[in-house]
Design a binder for this molecule. Structure first.
Ligand code: NAD
Ligand code: MG
Length: 379
């Protein structure tokens, strides 16, 4: 039995992780579940999976759910509760399905306790990649990618030597607005932006896919997961989301990972690795698909991707600020305070005001994150 904890259990990745666990119920024991504010779903999950520890975002929600869950479950709340679930159980692996850099303290706490990470929460690597990977190395724990592109790269690298790798390429679906010109982007609505053509995901990452910030975050995530330089990381537009990403080797061979778009496959692989288990995902029929399309990425059409590469190359607090400014801008867009194109303007303006600090420690990252949020709110 694998002992697991999940932080962000009520979200898109969290619920699909629990689906995988249900499909392979004899393989897993759920030690901890942490969620934000979806109390009804949280209560249902705690009653079904009976974790030893559980946590919600606030005391009010904790008071509301306490009478509805088994009395043996230790219930916590807030950031301390999140850390308790991530680091304070017997789980060997913690799936980080929480959204945003809010997941950083709990992820670091879990790694400190020697827990492997099934990593969906890419923002932690963007905001503090050197701290997360440094601590993981020191503690001898694995960071197993859940993100579909990174799972693909991880699978394509299996059994290969890193010195033989020339480049990796992340594919991008293009999000909800891939067929619109920049002019047409001026008047798009929140509802339009939330309609992703290929994947059903949380609101923040769906907006990030439309602005291409998601691919920017993923480029930085790949740099930390695979130790690549930014010159070795490419992005290619691929509307079908069938080729999940690929690796080019120095002998000219290209190894890609393909499949129908279904997050439960990379989630399951992060949990079953190094084994592969059965899955009921729809099988890929290339004959049925017929054609696959690929296009060069246009950095003028997608300035947020250009900014991510620039921040990545600068390093230090630049990526923390890129991430935090984006989190605030997306929240403001979802709240209908700003237009779609103002997301990129806010990120760029906040970055232009930031004095980058190299090799920041955790305190410096928290300070850069706080400053970027405050600045992004004021614009
Ligand atoms: P989501 O919004 O659907 O779910 C987020 C979860 O985190 C929810 O359970 C929410 O309650 C919880 N949460 C949020 N803030 C919290 C807080 N402060 N304390 C405790 N819990 C909190 O998001 P998602 O789409 O599942 O994405 C989660 C992460 O996985 C993101 O980093 C995203 O980039 C990454 N990811 C998602 C997908 C996908 O298909 N959805 C694919 C690849 C990577
Ligand atoms: Mg992805």
């Amino acid at each position: 039995m694998k002992k697991l904890a999940i932080i962000g259990s009520t979200g898109s990745v969290g619920t699909q992780t629990l689906d995988v666990i249900t499909q392979h119920a004899d393989q897993f024991e759920v030690e901890g579940l942490a969620a934000g504010s979806n109390a009804d779903l949280f209560v249902e999950q705690v009653n079904k999976f009976r974790p030893k520890k559980a946590s919600v975002s606030t005391k009010e929600i904790a008071d509301r759910v306490r009478p509805l869950i088994p009395s043996g479950v230790e219930l916590y709340y807030g950031e301390e509760g999140l850390i308790e679930v991530a680091a304070g159980t017997e789980a060997e692996t913690v799936v980080t399905a929480i959204v945003g850099s809010a997941g950083l303290p709990a992820t670091l706490a879990a790694i400190s306790e020697g827990k492997h990470i099934g990593l969906a929460n890419k923002e932690t690597l963007v905001t503090a990649g050197h701290l997360v990977t440094g601590l993981a190395k020191k503690k001898g724990v694995s960071l197993l990618p859940v993100d579909s592109e990174h799972s693909a790269i991880f699978q394509c690298l299996n059994g290969e030597r890193m010195e033989d790798v020339e480049r990796i390429t992340l594919t991008a679906s293009g999000g909800s607005f891939r067929d619109l010109s920049r002019d047409q982007l001026q008047h798009v609505t929140v509802e339009d932006a939330l309609k992703h053509p290929n994947w059903s995901m949380g609101a923040k990452i769906t907006i990030d896919s439309a602005t291409m910030v998601n691919k920017g975050l993923e480029v930085i995530e790949a740099r930390w997961l695979f130790g690549m330089s930014f010159e070795q990381i490419g992005v290619l537009l691929h509307p079908e989301s069938i080729v999940h990403s690929f690796v080019e080797y120095r002998d000219g061979s290209v190894i890609a990972q393909l499949g129908t778009p279904d997050m439960r496959v990379p989630i399951q692989y992060a949990l079953s690795y190094p084994e592969r288990w059965t899955s009921s995902t729809k099988r890929l029929s290339l004959a049925e698909v017929g054609k696959l399309h690929f296009r060069e990425m246009d950095m003028v059409r997608y300035p947020c991707l250009r900014l991510a590469f620039e921040c990545g190359k600068i390093g230090g607090t630049a990526t923390s600020v890129y991430n935090a400014a984006n989190e605030v801008a997306v929240a403001r867009f979802l709240n209908r305070e700003i237009s779609f194109l103002q997301i990129e303007h806010i990120i760029e303006s906040v970055l232009s005001r930031h004095e980058v600090q190299a090799e920041p420690d955790l305190e410096a990252i928290k300070e850069a994150d706080r400053w970027a949020r405050e600045t992004a709110r004021s614009l």
